[in-house]
Design a protein around this ligand. Structure first.
Ligand SMILES: [Zn+2]
Length: 79
């Protein structure tokens, strides 16, 4: 299960998987908080480990300290 690179694009006939960036825009270059895909799976990289989260996750921007909530439980992702 774990240990697979999660951002690897699907190869073969299925087409590529779209990955969205969840970021804090407090800087000129937005701070990446996590990524998520159209299926609602959130991918968070912490040091050498990937965390896969389904549903809702909260984090604090390492730059500005703002708390962010990503909730993908509904039909339409809310930021
Ligand atoms: Zn920030």
């Amino acid at each position: 299960m774990f240990g697979e690179p999660v951002l690897r694009r699907a190869s073969g006939g299925g087409g590529r998987q779209t990955v969205f960036r969840w970021e804090c825009r407090c800087q000129d270059r937005p701070v990446l908080l996590a990524t998520y895909n159209a299926h609602g799976r959130i991918n968070i990289k912490v040091r050498d480990r990937y965390w896969h989260v389904l549903g809702q996750v909260q984090t604090i921007c390492p730059r500005c300290g703002a708390e962010h909530v990503l909730d993908l439980r509904g039909p339409t992702p809310r930021l």
